[in-house]
Design a protein around this ligand. Sequence first.
Ligand code: ADP
Ligand code: ZN
Ligand code: ZN
Length: 737
Amino acid sequence: MPPDTPLTQPLVQVAVPSPLYGVFDYLPPPGQPLPARGSRVRVPFGRQHLVGVVMALAPRSEMPAHRLKHIEAVLDGEALLGPPLLGLLEWAAGYYQHPLGEVISTALPTLLRQGEAAQVQGITRWRAAVDEVPEEMMRRAPRQAALLHDLIAQPGGLDAQQLNDAHANWRAPMGALVDKALAAKAESPCLQGIPVDPDTVRSVSLNPAQAAAAKAVISAPDGFAPFLLEGVTGSGKTEVYLSIIEDVVAAGRQALVLVPEIGLTPQLLTRFQARFERPIAVLHSGLTDRERLCAWLSARSGEAPIVIGTRSAVFTPLANPGVILVDEEHDLSFKQQDGLRYHARDLAVMRARRENVPVVLGSATPALESINNARKGGYRHISLPERAGVASHPEVSLLDVRRRPMTEGMSDILIEQIHRHLDADGQVLLFLNRRGYAPVLQCHDCGWAADCPRCDAHMTYHARRRQLVCHHCGVQMGAPDQCPGCGSAQVHPLGQGTERIETALQTLFPEVEISRIDRDTTRRKGAIEAKLEGARSGQHRILVGTQMLAKGHDFPGVTLVGILDIDQGLLSADFRATERMAQLITQVAGRAGRAERPGHVLIQTRQPDHPLLLTLIHEGYRGFCRQALEEREAACLPPFSYQALIRAESPQADHPLAFLGEARELFQQAGSTVQVLGPVPAPMERLAGRYRAQLLLQAETRAPLHQLLSRHVQALASLPHARRVRWSLDVDPMELF
Ligand code: ADP
Ligand code: ZN
Ligand code: ZN
């Protein structure tokens, strides 16, 4: 049969998770109804059997008929992914130039990817029936004791996957615990409410600005409508979200809320749950596969009126969507940095368009891209310029620390201010975006410095553990007592990290309770909750930490914020560095004076005349944006141009540049107006033993860039050096390295 002869039965085009682009043709399953678009099927693929998703039916195939294979099984009786979501995924595959099958696979929970039935089931969990591990058990049955200890720590119980992860062969000791009635097995409903402390529940009535903001969204005509909600820190954006959601839920529709990192803002979930009686579906990376499937299916069925999740939750199916909200829309965590390199905020806007619903991007410090979209009239700009309730704006000043006496990175003026605020019963927050004790360990005699063996970077010294840790690749080793270069004992930590500041503060303020909040002190389960509670209650008088502190927390007692070092942000080569610095300063400063007492913010710098810094201090984030956008426009940088970055890496130093050189030729032959810049080695060329380089494509408008990409990206894989490197394409890159 020639390839173009119409077949008597239609063909099924299936997106299969594979790095190959396009869809694949299959014959329908013998003797079964045709599968619907958007449903999963199991298909033979090479020597494998894969779960794919039906994209279309087609009358004919390019493939010779004898090579066509049958679909082995249809896994969903109806479409698993509805038209708006499936359409979004197809769009994303085109926009990010990523294979469709992989895009769809990114959007599916693991269990569905593996072919599990799309049915809501309860989850079996084991819970402790006692509050303490009996003492004699620790000696006689240590495995049971360890298991019971973990169960007690987790009042909600643990499911089989969590137990598998933490304990080998847990079933026998668990059986023993259940027999002794120390633990119990229970089937819990798929969706569980988030525990809420009734003391934290309080209702507020919206102030006029909040009410106007909520009304703008609620009363928008039916259909797609994008909003930028710019509300200064403490202006009560969350109350606005809650009010919008109340309206949406009352109308029987669903709200999808995207947040940066759920683990860092446990307060947010309880605030939502306190307001709504029905369970909330929460999607984040800490879920077990079964919990994730459950949340996903509850969103899809409409059973969950509210769905809150991180980045990938933008792909959650919704039976009856009413609004999409993106909180802290400027946050970098919305950008996926490997595989399908999507931006969840941008996809949220595109999703809202396809679902025909309003979308609200909220932030105290919107991304310059979003501000620019609002200026051009693409987004409706709503502002909350004042703090809610009784709080007033904090007073911000620059502290020129050149030639000032410094104690471990803190100037005499700052230390004096800390004393003053503590004496007046205030709380103090100190921000330094560098964890560890010191960023370098150096020999005073010969100049040797501890470098990472696998990266072009110094290793960070962690004093308490007496270890050197590379913050780029994670390599760890014991810190030497003697210089490996000259044998001298004069090896000293240089510069400060949060651990060193904490130690210095303990010496300066021995009678004060100090809490350090960074990734090193919050690794343990429950640690971040305890730290945030200590900060909120005022028990911890001095808080010192990294950008974890900047994430929207409400610390009502903080009256002084000290920003120890911002000069790095001003010196960085990345054109987005100043924007990030301004966002961080504004967000950290926003932790001060959130209650009755006014807040003060002191920013230490050695560049007190930096124009962007001065604008930020005197005119606020708004003024900063105006000036930064002018500079971006003059330099023809995003959002006034469009970029795509091709990265390549290899253990061999020359291969990435060779591959990107070939790529450059490929793009240049196309004779497009797109600028091809590079290739150049990455600013930090070697990471984890691999050499990295990049090629930048930039255009004044989006169309030619996308034309160029869609014509040539698939050919990159056949370039002579393609097999010698690992390469990736990043459309709208957020980081240029
Ligand atoms: P944002 O997210 O904009 O920083 P939040 O929504 O967290 O602000 O609100 C900041 C603080 O102000 C919270 O403690 C909140 O309870 C309080 N708040 C918000 N709206 C009001 C209001 N209308 N009246 C009184 N207090 C409010
Ligand atoms: Zn030495
Ligand atoms: Zn390293």
